[in-house]
Design a protein around this ligand. Structure first.
Ligand SMILES: Cc1cc2nc3c(=O)[nH]c(=O)nc-3n(C[C@H](O)[C@H](O)[C@H](O)COP(=O)(O)O)c2cc1C
Length: 244
């Protein structure tokens, strides 16, 4: 077992996998790790669906725009913020569903689900496997929901590909602590003085081994936030019964 902190710091997403399934034993370890995370008020508002059906996997891969690495990954899991169980408990007890339908419950579900996902990712990396989160499943939440037969009070948050890496990428330089870690109060100046990081990321994108680009992180953010993305997410959440 590697040193845990070093393992965390060595993370990089893998987007090229050997076309080999994971053993049941490995999958059990990954799922146990996912389920061991903290949970807000112990509501455990997460379900994980392993996608073993080739047709469903292919459709999820295509709609996610991440086809090559989802189709060949060892295993693909979809992580779902899930308050359906709680809603059913309340219904059986003839209680109002208002408390599972509100924004606070939804945030708790999204946080629980994210903790479970990162736990699985770290467990996979500890086993020398590679992972990539796939937010691309939110490109078409309606279709994902149909494919996975999701009930009300559930929202798919991301997929997670886990497999044997063909190739690992370099570690991406993170925003410096000077821009992101503060004491006692928010530091407006430090948060936005991105000159060093802009320079560092320009060098990273220009010099990395694959997919070299003449760009820096600041420009990437300008491009990414030029248009709002996935504008139907809010409608989907409301259709699922949430009243944020
Ligand atoms: C919630 C979430 C969703 C993501 N969705 C995708 C995705 O759909 N496709 C993809 O290729 N990478 C996806 N990523 C991976 C990020 O692009 C990646 O983590 C980021 O560029 C940092 O690179 P690193 O993980 O190699 O350090 C996602 C990451 C997170 C946390």
């Amino acid at each position: 077992m590697k040193n845990t902190i070093q393992l965390i710091k060595n993370h990089s997403s893998v987007r090229s996998f050997k076309d080999e399934p994971l053993s049941d034993e490995v999958k059990t370890q990954l799922l146990d790790a996912a389920k061991a995370g903290s949970s807000s008020h112990f509501i455990q508002a997460t379900s994980i669906i392993e996608i073993t059906d080739k047709q469903i996997k292919n459709e999820l891969a295509d709609l996610s725009n991440s086809a090559p690495y989802i189709k060949t990954t060892g295993s693909f899991f979809v992580f779902i913020a899930d308050l359906y169980r709680d809603a059913e408990i309340l219904k059986t007890n003839h209680q109002s569903l208002a408390a599972v339908a509100n924004m606070e419950a939804l945030i708790a579900g999204v946080v629980d689900t994210t903790i479970a996902g990162e736990n699985m990712a770290l467990a996979a990396e500890a086993l020398d496997l590679g992972i990539c989160f796939i937010g691309g499943i939110r490109n078409d939440l309606q279709r994902v929901s149909e494919l996975l037969k999701l009930p009300k009070f559930t929202v798919p948050i991301f997929g997670l590909t886990v497999g044997i890496p063909n190739q690992r990428s370099e570690i991406k330089p993170r925003l410096p602590k000077a821009n992101t870690i503060f004491q006692n109060q928010y530091d407006f100046k430090a948060a936005t003085d991105l000159r060093k990081y802009t320079k560092k990321t320009a060098a990273y994108y220009a010099e990395r081994e694959t997919n070299q680009q003449d760009v820096n992180w600041t420009q990437k953010m300008q491009e990414f936030f030029a248009e709002p993305s996935r504008q139907d997410v809010a409608d989907f959440i409301r259709e699922q019964g949430f009243r944020p």
